[in-house]
Structures are given as C-alpha cells and as structure tokens.
Design a protein around this ligand. Structure first.
Ligand code: C2E
Ligand code: CA
Ligand code: CA
Ligand code: CA
Length: 279
C-alpha cells in the first residue's frame, strides 16, 4: 500500500481544495442570494389536539436559487452558521414571519402563533431581545403570538447566556420552545432551569412510535414530565393517523407533520386557514 501513499495524498488534497472552492462559491452565492431577495419563508401548521384547530405555524426558510430551484435549510444553514450569515437570515425570517402573522390577524383569518427558529449564534451576538422588540413594534404583532424555537443541544452549549436572554424575551411576552427535545442528553430536571413554554419532541421518537415500543415509552415520559412542569408539548414529524391517535391518547397538546401538511408557501397556507374557517 506504500506506493499508493503519494497518489492517495494527492487525491485527498485535490478533493479538499475542490471542497473549499465549492464552499466559498456557495457562501458568495448565499450572500448574494440574501441581498437579492432569494430567501422565502414557508409555513407548516401545528394542530391543537384539544379542538382540532390550526392554532400555530412554524416558519421555515427556503432559498430559491435561480438555476437550482428550491433549496432546503439543511443544505445551507450549517454554512450560514459558520460564516455568520445566519444573523441576516434569522433577522429576515423573524421579520417576514411576524409581518405575515400580523397580516393574517388583520384579515380576521386567525390569531395564529408563529414560531421562528433561532440559532445560538444569534443569542451570542447579544442583541436578540432588542431585535425582537423592534420587529414586534414595527409589525404590530402581539408578543404572545410570537414563539422562538431553540434546539436542546444549542441550549446546553451556553446555559447562563441562554437563561438570561430567555428571561428578557419572556418579559416581552414572547413564547419559547425547546426544539428537538430528547436528543440533547439533558437530564429531565435540567429542564426546570430554562424558562420555556413548549417542548417539541424530536421527530426521531415519533417516527418509530409503535404501541408498547421503546419510543412510545420515551414519548409518554416526556409528555408526563413536561406537563408536571406546566409546559405544553408539541410532537413533530407526525405522518400517520396511528401516531396521531397515540399522541392524542397521551394528551399531547399539539402535533406537526406531513399528516396535517408539509411546509407550504404563505398563499397556500391561507387556503388551509380558509378551509378550516369554512368547516
Ligand atoms: P426543525 O426546526 O426541526 O424543523 C422541522 C423540519 O422537519 C423541517 O425541515 C420540516 O419540513 C420537517 N418536517 C416536518 N414535518 C415532517 C414530517 O412529517 N416528516 C418528516 N420527515 N419531516 C418533517 P426543513 O424545513 O428542511 O428544516 C430543517 C431544519 O433547518 C429545521 O429543523 C431547523 O433546524 C432549520 N431551519 C429552518 N429554517 C430555519 C431558520 O429560519 N433559522 C434557523 N436558524 N434554522 C432554520
Ligand atoms: Ca424548529
Ligand atoms: Ca425540530
Ligand atoms: Ca431538527
């Protein structure tokens, strides 16, 4: 294998350089894309199980590239976080989602809560609270209709800072959620330290829900524990009626997933709300 060493190394170096160039190109294109208004916000409904109504929507960013078409956040959020572009993206999504929710409220369609994903990088910058206050002022959206989602693993990264910012945000009246719950290895008692309103059970537990199975036991435990701390529970990635029935039987508060709807453009989301108003 020794004589192959040189070639292997050569190949590796070329490959690495290609990757770096590609990343730089992507970063430049993303920066340009942000400036040129190529970002869009899609909305995915959350269904309140107490009355089967859509009472909330998660805002999810999409990048519409001129040639490649619609790109999912999984393909650029990581890069955006590494390069700091997440600040501009996050601010865009926050403003857009608040404007949209306020429009729907004005049109008398719904008092919809809108949730926006926040990256820990936005927390580190330290001006998140003032940005949120400014956007709420600007758009006129009542603070109680805005929810911010932060993943469990990001919370654990920066505990003191996160708690301080969460307290400020809650003072504004904004709702807070722990996203992807169950994947961050935090102990349940740890949850008490974070001033939040919602826990979102990660989709990996919902995917393999089968009555009597391990994930069913975990899901049941998360719901019971969250309720004992007076937190509401949202289950993500609900794709089947069986999953929905199980979650209902466990008094889960809200469900989100393809069974109800995929994330859709604002104009399509409005149709869902109108349909609901008509039935
Ligand atoms: P997330 O916050 O956990 O969002 C849920 C993801 O699950 C979304 O993927 C959604 O389309 C997908 N999903 C919803 N229901 C189902 C289902 O029934 N089955 C399956 N298989 N998937 C479902 P999406 O839109 O591709 O977003 C991926 C991730 O990108 C999000 O995960 C979030 O972490 C991040 N993200 C999206 N928008 C933003 C944003 O504006 N800011 C930040 N910081 N992150 C964002
Ligand atoms: Ca989320
Ligand atoms: Ca999630
Ligand atoms: Ca996730």
């Amino acid at each position: 294998a020794k004589h192959l060493g040189g070639n292997t190394f050569q190949f590796f170096t070329d490959n690495l350089q290609a990757c770096t160039v590609e990343r730089l190109q992507l970063e430049n294109q993303l920066r340009k894309g942000i400036e040129q208004g190529q970002l869009e916000v899609f909305y995915q409904p959350k269904l309140c199980l107490a009355d089967d109504s859509i009472n909330s929507a998660e805002a999810l960013v999409r990048w519409r590239r001129p040639e490649q078409g619609l790109v999912s956040p999984g393909d650029f959020i990581g890069l955006a976080e590494e390069t700091g572009l997440i600040g501009a993206i996050g601010e865009f999504v926050l403003r857009k989602a608040c404007q949209q929710a306020r429009d729907w409220q004005r049109q008398g369609l719904a008092d919809l809560r809108v949730s926006v994903n926040i990256s820990v990088h936005q927390l580190r910058k330290g001006n998140l609270t003032s940005l949120v206050r400014q956007v709420l002022d600007e758009t006129g959206l009542p603070a109680r209709l805005l929810e911010l989602e932060l993943t469990e693993s990001q919370l654990l990264d920066n505990v003191e800072n996160v708690i301080t910012t969460f307290r400020q945000l809650r003072e504004l009246g904004v709702k807070l959620a722990i996203d992807d719950f169950g994947t961050g290895y935090s102990s349940l008692s740890y949850l008490k330290r974070f001033p939040v309103d919602y826990v979102k059970i990660d989709q990996t537990f919902i995917r393999d829900l089968s009555v009597g199975g391990e994930d069913a036991a975990i899901t049941r435990a998360i719901i019971a524990m969250a309720h004992s701390l007076e937190l509401k529970v949202v289950a993500e990635g609900v794709e089947t009626q069986a999953q929905m029935d199980f979650l209902k039987s466990q008094q889960c508060d809200e469900v989100q997933g393809y069974l109800i709807s995929r994330p859709v453009e604002a104009q399509v989301f409005v149709e869902l709300l109108k349909e609901q108003a008509a039935t």
